[in-house]
Design a protein around this ligand. Structure first.
Ligand SMILES: *Cc1c(COP(=O)(O)O)cnc(C)c1O
Length: 569
C-alpha cells in the first residue's frame, strides 16, 4: 500500500485549474493562477492543506497569433516526468457504467520546506473504455456532458480519492469556484442526506460576477448521468429549472465569499439570502517579483518575502537604483518582444501593457475608441504591448485580437507608434509583461471584474496601474491613489455603469496626455516615487495576507497572528 506522508491535513482545496508552473498546462488563466499562488502561500505559511485538481494530458491550448489570427495548437506534454503516479484507484458511475479514476502527485514546496500535496485526477487509465479515457483530456473545452463528467471527477472523485489515500482528518472542503460542487452530493451521500453535516464541512469561493460564468446544466443531462444516484432534494439545492453549480455550492456551505469587497456586494445581489463575505485576492509576491527587484529587496529589505509588511520600507531604496533595476526588466521584455515580432519597440519610450483573457467585458479595444486622438497623444512617445488568449469558442474575442493587430499597422504607418500583440500568453510571458512595462492598463466594464490579479503583479513590480475602478483596484486606489490612476467614475457614482464607452475613453486619453506622459518624460523622480507607492500596495495585495484571512474566517484554523492585515497608510 502506497504511503503518502503528511496526511494530517485539515483543509481540502478543490479547483478545476491550478497553475503549478508556467509550463505545466493545468490552467487557463486567472482562476488557476490564483489557486497556484494560494498553494504557494499555504506552503510558506505551513497551512495543513491538500489540493485536488484534474490532470489534463492535453492542457488548455497553446496559443499562436499569426497575422492577427489566434491559432490553437494542441499541447503535448509528458506529465509523468512532472508528477508521481499514485497507485490508488477510485470508481465513479456515469449513466449505468463504471469508470476508474487514478491520481498523480505534485508537491508545492514552501520557503521552510513545508509541502502541500496536490492530487491530480486522471481518467486516462487502464481498464477504462476509450471514450472514458478522454474525460480528463482538455481543460474547459468540452460539451456540457463532458463538463458535468469533469466536475463529477473533481467533486466526487476528489473526495473519494482523498479518503482512499488516508486523508481522514479533513475538516473543511473548500470549493474554489462552483466546479467542485458535486462534492456536496458526495458528502450528502456519506452523511445520509443530513445537509447540516455537509454544511459544517464545506466552504465556497465564488469568482465571477458575470452570470454566464456560473455553470448551469439541464436536469435532463444531470439525471441521465447520475441516474438513481442523485439526492432526493437536488432541486432544492441546485435550483428549480436548471442545476446551478454556484447555488449548489452556496446551499452546501457554512461559509461563502467573493474575491474582493465590491465583488462580495455584487454576489450578495446575485444570490439574495446568502451571507457572502469578501476576502480580497492576492498574488504570491516572491513568485511574481522580477529577479532584479528580488535582488534589491533581498539586500535592502531583508525578510520581505515572509513578512510582506516590510515592503513598506521600499522608501529606503534610492530612486536611481530602483529605476535602473526596472530598466533591466524592461529590456528583458523588449528582448523577448524582438525575437517574437517585427514591431520595433524602444525601451526609452513609455510602454503600456494590457494582458488578460481577451473577451468582451474586458473591453480590449476601448483604447481605440478615438484612434486619431490616441495617435496624436502618443505619437513618438508611447508604445503598447498586448497579450491574452481568447477562449477557442469565443469568436468575438478572436475578432478583438485581429482588430488589435490591425491597429498595429495603422498606428505605426500613421503615427510611428509601436504596438504589438504577443501570442502564447502564459505565466512566463505574464512575468515579463508585469515587470517590463511602465503602465498596466485595465478597462473592463464596471463590476464585471471580480478581482483581477495581473494589476497586483504589476504593482509589486513598480508598474503603475491605469485602471477602471473595479475589482481589487477600488481598494488599491483607495489605499493609495499615488500608486496609479483611475479611469472614469468610481463606485460612489450610482450611474457609473450607465455611461457610454466614449466616456471612459475620454478620461483615459485626458489622463494619459495631461498626467501620465508628462510625468514619465519630465519628472523621472516623481515617477519613481510613484513606483514606490505601487510597490507598497503589495504589502497588502498578496496571498500570504489572503491565506491568513481564509485561515481565520473561512477555514477556522488557529494560527500565529503574524500579520496586521490592515496597512497603516
Ligand atoms: C495573472 C494572470 C491572469 C489573470 O489576470 P487578470 O488581471 O485577473 O485578468 C491570467 N493569465 C495569466 C497567465 C496570468 O499570469
Amino acid at each position: 500500500m502506497f504511503e503518502l506522508e503528511n496526511k494530517d491535513r485539515k483543509i481540502a482545496y478543490f479547483s478545476m485549474e491550478i497553475a503549478l508552473e508556467s509550463d505545466i498546462p493545468t490552467y487557463s488563466g486567472g482562476l488557476g493562477v490564483l489557486a497556484g499562488d494560494t498553494l504557494r502561500s499555504a506552503a510558506d505559511l505551513e497551512i495543513p492543506l491538500v489540493a485536488v485538481t484534474l490532470c489534463y494530458d492535453k492542457g488548455y491550448f497553446f496559443q499562436e497569433v499569426i497575422q492577427g489570427r489566434q491559432i490553437e495548437r494542441e499541447i503535448q506534454w509528458e506529465f509523468s516526468s512532472e508528477f508521481e503516479k499514485l497507485p490508488n484507484i477510485v470508481e465513479l458511475h456515469i449513466q449505468d457504467k463504471k469508470f476508474k479514476i487514478g491520481g498523480w502527485l505534485y508537491k508545492v514546496r514552501g520557503e521552510t520546506g513545508f509541502e502541500i500535496p496536490v492530487i491530480l485526477l486522471d481518467s486516462n487509465i487502464e481498464g477504462n473504455e476509450h471514450w472514458q479515457k478522454n474525460f480528463t483530456h482538455i481543460l474547459y473545452d468540452a460539451t456540457p456532458f463532458q463538463r458535468v463528467v469533469q466536475e463529477m471527477i473533481l467533486g466526487q472523485g476528489g473526495i473519494r480519492m482523498l479518503e482512499i489515500l488516508g486523508f481522514s482528518g479533513i475538516q473543511t472542503y473548500h470549493m474554489n469556484e462552483g466546479h467542485a460542487a458535486f462534492g456536496v452530493f458526495e458528502l450528502l451521500n456519506k452523511y445520509h442526506g443530513n445537509l447540516e453535516e455537509v454544511r459544517k464541512r464545506c466552504i465556497f469561493t465564488t469568482h465571477t460576477p458575470v452570470p454566464a460564468g456560473h455553470d448551469r446544466f439541464d436536469y435532463d443531462l444531470i439525471k441521465d448521468i447520475f441516474r438513481d444516484r442523485l439526492p432526493s432534494n437536488f432541486r432544492d439545492l441546485g435550483g428549480k429549472d436548471q442545476l446551478n453549480m454556484s447555488l449548489l455550492a452556496l446551499n452546501g456551505s457554512r461559509y461563502c465569499n467573493g474575491v474582493a469587497q465590491k465583488h462580495a456586494i455584487v454576489s450578495r445581489k446575485m444570490f439574495p439570502g446568502f451571507e457572502i463575505d469578501g476576502i480580497t485576492n492576492g498574488i504570491h509576491n516572491n513568485f511574481w517579483l522580477n529577479p532584479y527587484f528580488r535582488k534589491l529587496f533581498d539586500e535592502q529589505i531583508p525578510g520581505w518575502s515572509m513578512d510582506y509588511n516590510l515592503l513598506q520600507d521600499v522608501w529606503d531604496i534610492g530612486n536611481y537604483e530602483l529605476w535602473n533595476q526596472h530598466m533591466k526588466a524592461k529590456i528583458d521584455l523588449m528582448d523577448y518582444e524582438k525575437s517574437h515580432s517585427w514591431v520595433l519597440l524602444d525601451e526609452k519610450k513609455l510602454t503600456i501593457g494590457f494582458a488578460r483573457r481577451i473577451t468582451e467585458y474586458k473591453r480590449p479595444t476601448l483604447i481605440f475608441n478615438d484612434v486619431e486622438r490616441l495617435g496624436k497623444i502618443c505619437k513618438n512617445r508611447v508604445q503598447f504591448i498586448f497579450a491574452g488568449k481568447a477562449h477557442p469558442r469565443d469568436t468575438q474575442g478572436k475578432d478583438f485580437i485581429k482588430q488589435i493587430s490591425d491597429m498595429s499597422d495603422y498606428l505605426y504607418d500613421s503615427y510611428g507608434i509601436g504596438l504589438v500583440f504577443l501570442g502564447a500568453y502564459d505565466m512566463d510571458l505574464a512575468h515579463l509583461l508585469v515587470s517590463g512595462v511602465d503602465v498596466w492598463l485595465n478597462n473592463p466594464r464596471r463590476y464585471m471584474e471580480a478581482s483581477g490579479t495581473s494589476g497586483m503583479k504589476a504593482t509589486l513590480n513598480g508598474v503603475l496601474n491605469f485602471s477602471i475602478l473595479d475589482g481589487w483596484w477600488i481598494e488599491g486606489y483607495q489605499k493609495d491613489p499615488m500608486a496609479g490612476w483611475a479611469i472614469g467614475p468610481g463606485p460612489q457614482d450610482p450611474n457609473a455603469t450607465k455611461y457610454p464607452d466614449s466616456y471612459d475613453a475620454n478620461d483615459l486619453y485626458h489622463k494619459l496626455e495631461r498626467e501620465i506622459i508628462p510625468l514619465y518624460y519630465n519628472n523621472r523622480d516623481g515617477w519613481t516615487e510613484r513606483m514606490k507607492h505601487a510597490i507598497r500596495l503589495a504589502a497588502y495585495f498578496n496571498t500570504h495576507r489572503m491565506v491568513e484571512e481564509y485561515a481565520k474566517r473561512a477555514w477556522k484554523l488557529k494560527l500565529q497572528p503574524r500579520w496586521q492585515s490592515e496597512l497603516n497608510f
